[in-house]
Design a protein around this ligand. Structure first.
Ligand code: ZN
Length: 254
C-alpha cells in the first residue's frame, strides 16, 4: 500500500521517450521536489464545436504530449488539496492540475480517452442541474470516470454568478451541488470552481462553513505556496491558443 508521502509524489503521467540529456537541456529550471508552483489549466470542451472554449481532440492530444515532453506531471485534485493543507509536502518535480469546467459530455467522449491513453488525470467541475441534459456528463459517466482516476468538484447547481447572489441563494448553490455530487460519487466533495469566476467574501465564508476546502477562480495566474485556498488562480485555455508551454508562461506569469 502506498504511503501518503509516496502518493503525493506519485506522477500520473508516463515519461515519454526523451533522453535525460534532452531533458536537462529543455526543461525549464525546476527546484526538484521543492517546486512550489502549480499551474492549473482550465479547459471546457474537447471536440469540434465552434465556440472559443472548445479545443479539438488533436489539439488536446498535442497539449498533453507537450506537457509530458517537458516533464510535467498531472496531479489529482486530492494531491493539490494535500499541498494546500501542507505547503511543504513533497510533490512531483513539475506538478500540473488539469481541470475542466461545465461537465460537457465531450469530456467523457473525447477528453477522457485521450487522458487515459496518455496515462494522465484531470479534475472536472460539474453543474448539477445539467446532469441529465443531453450534452452533459451523466451520473453514470461521472462514476465511470471517477473509477478511472478522474476527480470531481462542484460548479454549482445553476451556474449563476455567485458573487451576485444573496446569502441564501449562495448557500443553496453550494449545499445542493455538493450533496448531489456526493451521492453520485459516494465520497465527500470539497472543491468548487466559481462559475464565470464570480465570488466574494460571502461565497468564501459559506464555502468554508459548508465543508469545502478549495475554491478555484478564473483569474489568470499560477498556484504558489502562498496562494489562498479559496482564491486559486487558473490558466484558461482557448480555441486559438498557441503552444501550451507559451500559454502557461504567459497566463501563468512565470
Ligand atoms: Zn462554467
Amino acid at each position: 500500500m502506498l504511503s501518503r508521502r509516496s502518493f503525493i509524489k506519485m506522477c500520473a503521467s508516463t515519461f515519454v521517450s526523451v533522453s535525460y540529456a534532452e531533458l536537462l537541456f529543455q526543461v525549464p529550471t525546476s527546484s526538484g521536489s521543492g517546486n512550489r508552483q502549480i499551474p492549473v489549466l482550465v479547459y471546457h470542451r474537447v471536440g469540434y464545436t465552434t465556440d472559443n472554449f472548445t479545443v479539438t481532440p488533436e489539439r488536446f492530444t498535442t497539449d498533453l504530449e507537450t506537457l509530458q515532453y517537458y516533464g510535467y506531471c498531472a496531479i489529482s485534485l486530492e494531491q493539490m488539496q494535500s499541498f494546500l493543507e501542507d505547503r511543504n509536502i513533497e510533490m512531483p518535480d513539475k506538478p500540473i492540475l488539469i481541470t475542466f469546467d461545465d461537465g460537457y459530455l465531450d469530456n467523457f467522449e473525447n477528453a477522457y480517452p485521450i487522458l487515459k491513453k496518455h496515462n494522465m488525470i484531470a479534475t472536472f467541475f460539474i453543474i448539477t442541474d445539467k446532469l441529465w441534459t443531453p450534452d452533459r456528463l451523466t451520473p453514470q459517466r461521472i462514476v465511470e470516470m471517477a473509477e478511472g482516476g478522474m476527480s470531481f468538484g462542484s460548479h454549482t447547481v445553476t451556474h449563476r454568478r455567485l458573487g451576485e447572489l444573496t446569502w441564501e441563494e449562495i448557500r443553496e448553490e453550494l449545499t445542493i451541488s455538493k450533496a448531489v455530487l456526493e451521492s453520485v460519487l459516494g465520497k465527500t466533495v470539497t472543491a468548487i470552481a466559481y462559475p464565470q469566476g464570480s465570488y466574494n467574501d460571502n461565497v468564501i465564508t459559506l464555502a468554508k462553513n459548508l465543508g469545502y476546502t478549495t475554491g478555484f477562480t478564473v483569474r489568470e495566474g499560477i498556484c504558489r505556496k502562498e496562494s489562498p485556498e479559496f482564491e486559486l488562480r487558473r490558466i484558461p485555455i482557448f480555441k486559438y491558443d498557441g503552444g501550451i508551454r507559451g500559454v502557461i508562461a504567459n497566463r501563468g506569469g512565470i
